[in-house]
Design a protein around this ligand. Structure first.
Ligand SMILES: Cc1ncc(COP(=O)(O)O)c(C=O)c1O
Length: 422
């Protein structure tokens, strides 16, 4: 499509947008009395208006029923999380029984590493991307040390090539083959938080499995953003948070995927708790653990209903719309943003560079040349909510549910003014 950098053109795209009604289904913060241009759905998604209802329902049931709410609330609390597996499975390309919701992301990755990182004296190495999200780096280091191993030896980071801003699949596959039978686990962020790159999860998973390793994915920036086929790709496990593109609120619960081949097993190493044991016998308070026959076997504690309520609210929207429609809008709006950025860059003579490769979701990471924090501060003061990553990257993520094409056009105008001023 031939884009134009005009308000009329942007408004025309909005008029054709099948998701246009959803913009009004979210609360937008205001700056200077005006609704912001929100680019940080990759950090914290906006609050859906319907979330309040879901939270109020739990609060009312708690007030009126107290402990009886576990079984007699409108949506009983003891199995509240079970309502989420089906819609979430569609978002991540899994079977319903392979998905559960519990804890938070890093906690879940630790729990899953208990099951899927089982180092031996020969096979003990972990492959990850260089400069993985810091929480993942701390997790790898502490897991490796927990097993009495040396992080410098056991953690193998895939580097980008000199002068390049992205990872090459062939380099990752080559490293997997090189580490070969010393490789215990491949665990990478499916979409990189810094440059927005989407990894070729199918190819990398296949490569990891072919040398006998387990393969897991941190899907924090992938879930609700890109097409996932965790089951078909043969992924062993994955986890994601729900507060970014899933719009379920700050620090909220995490989803997990465990491949069906590990379900219904009593011999799999796992840290266990009472919510992982069979529902039918849970309250018999028996000493034996009988795992649930789905990913809920990894549940440890009883579900945090008040935080699951916003997640469930958000999932009703994903159910209504579906990933296909979201991805179509994502492609169009991200391409339009890219076009606007290139137009402005031309007009201000090469002040920045998009470092996100073609394999991307909705995030574009922009490396500033000669511009710095003052530009970021200018954007924020003028109602463009974006984020800054050291040393000089601005991340822009137009979330397809609520971002408009007009936002992209207006952002371009503010950006241009900001660059010329700073
Ligand atoms: C890629 C990635 N991994 C892990 C985390 C940590 O998430 P949590 O604080 O929910 O454990 C984040 C948080 O933004 C992230 O972006």
């Amino acid at each position: 499509m031939q884009f134009q950098n005009t308000l009329e053109f942007a408004q025309k795209l909005d008029a054709e947008d099948p998701l246009k009604e959803y913009r009004d289904a979210f609360h937008f913060p205001k700056v200077n009395g005006k609704q912001v241009i929100y680019f940080t759905g990759n950090s914290l998604g906006l609050q859906p208006k319907r979330t309040q209802e879901f939270v109020d329902e739990v609060m009312t049931d708690w007030a009126q029923l107290a402990v009886e709410g576990h079984f007699y609330a409108k949506k009983p609390w003891w199995d509240y999380h079970e309502r989420m597996a089906k819609p979430l499975a569609k978002v991540v390309g899994a079977k319903t029984e392979e998905v559960s919701v519990m804890n938070t992301l890093t906690v879940n990755l630790h729990f899953l590493m208990v099951s899927f990182y089982r180092p031996t004296s020969k096979r003990y190495k972990i492959i990850c991307e260089e400069k993985a999200f810091p929480s993942d780096q701390y997790m790898f280091q502490s897991q490796v040390k927990f097993h009495g191993l040396n992080p410098d030896d056991a953690i193998v980071e895939i580097k980008k090539r000199e002068g390049e801003h992205f990872w090459r699949t062939e380099d990752i596959v080559a490293k997997i083959n090189e580490v070969g039978n010393e490789l215990a686990l491949v665990l990478i962020g499916g979409v990189n938080y810094y440059n927005g790159q989407v990894f070729d999860m199918k190819t990398i998973t296949k490569a990891g499995k072919s040398v006998g390793a387990n393969v897991g994915w941190d899907l924090a920036h992938a879930v609700g953003n890109i097409e996932l086929k965790l089951h078909d790709w043969g992924v062993d496990f994955a986890a994601w948070c729900s507060y970014k593109y899933m719009n379920s609120g700050p620090g909220n619960a995490s989803g997990i995927f465990v491949n069906e081949k590990y379900l219904n097993k009593t011999d799999i190493p796992r840290f266990e708790g009472w919510w992982g044991t069979k529902k039918e016998s849970r309250f018999l308070m028996k000493p034996e653990f009988e795992p649930m026959d789905n990913a809920d076997a990894w549940q440890v504690s009883n579900p945090p209903t008040l935080s699951l309520a916003p997640y469930l609210a958000s999932l009703t929207m994903f159910e209504e719309v579906g990933m296909k429609t979201l991805i179509n809008k994502r492609n169009k709006i991200t391409s339009y943003l890219e076009f606007i950025l290139n137009e402005i860059d031309r007009q201000v003579e090469g002040s920045f560079e998009i470092i996100t490769p073609e394999d991307r979701g909705c995030q574009l990471s922009v490396l500033l040349h000669g511009q710095g924090r003052p530009l970021f501060d200018y954007l924020m003061k003028n109602g463009v909510i974006t984020d800054w990553r050291e040393p000089n990257v601005i991340r822009l993520a137009p979330a397809p549910f609520y971002s408009s094409f007009e936002d992209m056009y207006r952002f371009g105008q503010i950006l241009k003014k900001g660059i010329l001023k700073n």
